[in-house]
Write a protein that binds this ligand. Structure first.
Ligand code: SF4
Length: 356
């Protein structure tokens, strides 16, 4: 057990969804993960890896014609890494191989079209990509002190952001990339309420002692190319922090949402209150079954055993293990930052081919 109690946004989401799943999977709880990987590849993660390369600050001044193939190579590398990891624990079926190949093709096509589109709408300079950092949680009732558990462990939160950019007016924006299914776009209010964007904004401000103007929601729809890709729709909607602007085609949508200081601060208070709940010694653990999340829950086998009054330990011992990966995987593009006031970069990984 480390000195600090460290939580992550995925653990908060799990805590809210189902305390039993959270208790089995959170690093500060039982810390189990399935031995067998649930999927051959993570398409969304591979697309993020490509965008990390495309927006890598150290290559922003390079011609986009040089960076595009590097970004596509980043996508393919990520897909291959996932597939190789999967084959260490199981054989691929013919359907799985076909699915992998189709997604490799789909991702390459979407990214190629995206780069054309982004050329038109990227009006900023990236300053940070795929950064991970830890913050100490301020006490909402006394922001000058940090929260601690009943046992005296300081509460910390580990956050990873997609991208931070600076615009032509020297204002900072936090960018969220989203690879979304081929369905109607989410309502603007869903973006406004996006808890992940707000949590990351709050944590970034706290860690880097700078103010964000707002969040940029950069969505890529996993659709085949359509006639609507060439027609750009633009709209502007007044909001609490200023005018929200949106540019979209059939496959891509980018929304700028100015955020008020209060809105970001309130998210920080919500995170702190939730972490106090999480670390309360009298916390009760119970399942929250709903097929919407149980259908994709990694802990369904032990949960079913518990529900039926069967000993779950043999399942956990044979099909699960204590987590072996660290939060930041070596070989991925990005950086890890220490805690303020001594902000320092402890690791940075170069984009494929960046040394050329
Ligand atoms: S299967 Fe459902 S109820 Fe059981 S742990 Fe998972 S999310 Fe919770």
């Amino acid at each position: 057990m480390s000195v600090n109690y460290m939580a992550r946004p995925w653990e908060s989401r799990l805590f809210r969804r189902c305390r039993r799943a959270w208790d089995l999977g959170a690093r500060e709880r039982q810390d189990y993960e399935p031995i067998e990987r649930a999927q051959v590849f993570d398409f969304g993660e591979a697309m993020h890896d490509a965008l990390d390369v495309y927006y890598f600050p150290g290559m922003w001044e390079w011609g986009r014609a040089i960076v595009r193939p590097l970004a596509l190579a980043g996508f393919e590398k990520s897909m291959r890494r996932d597939r190789d990891a999967y084959t260490q624990t199981g054989e691929l079926s013919t359907e799985q191989i076909q699915d992998w190949e189709q997604h490799l093709e789909l991702g390459t096509a979407i990214l190629t079209r995206y780069f054309d589109w982004a050329n038109e709408v990227d009006r900023f300079t990236p300053i940070q990509v795929a950064s991970q950092f830890d913050i100490t949680l301020p006490d909402p009732t006394n922001p000058d002190t940090g929260l601690i558990t009943r046992e005296g462990r300081p509460l910390q939160y580990r956050v990873r952001i997609d991208l931070v950019v600076i615009d032509d007016h020297e204002l900072y924006w936090l960018v969220e990339h989203r690879v979304v299914p081929d369905q109607p776009w989410l309502d603007l209010e869903a973006l406004r309420l996006d808890e992940q964007a707000l949590t990351r904004s709050w944590a970034w401000q706290l860690s880097f002692l700078a103010k964000l103007e707002g969040t940029i929601h950069n969505e890529l729809r996993t659709a085949a190319p359509g006639a609507g890709d060439s027609a750009m729709e633009v709209r502007a909607v007044p909001g609490a922090g200023g005018v929200m602007t949106q540019r979209s085609t059939e496959s891509f949508r980018r929304t700028h949402i100015p955020r008020t200081e209060l809105e970001i601060e309130r998210q920080g208070i919500a995170v702190a209150l939730e972490m106090q709940d999480m670390t309360d010694p009298s916390l009760r653990i119970y399942p929250n079954p709903a097929w919407q999340h149980c259908s994709r829950c990694a802990y369904r086998p032990p949960c079913l055993a518990m529900t039926q009054g069967i000993d779950e330990r043999p399942i956990l011992e044979t099909s699960y293990r204590k987590r072996v990966d660290v939060d930041f995987q070596l070989g991925r593009l990005g950086s890890v930052w220490g805690f303020v006031p001594e902000i320092h970069r402890v690791a940075e990984y170069r984009a494929p081919g960046a040394e050329q």
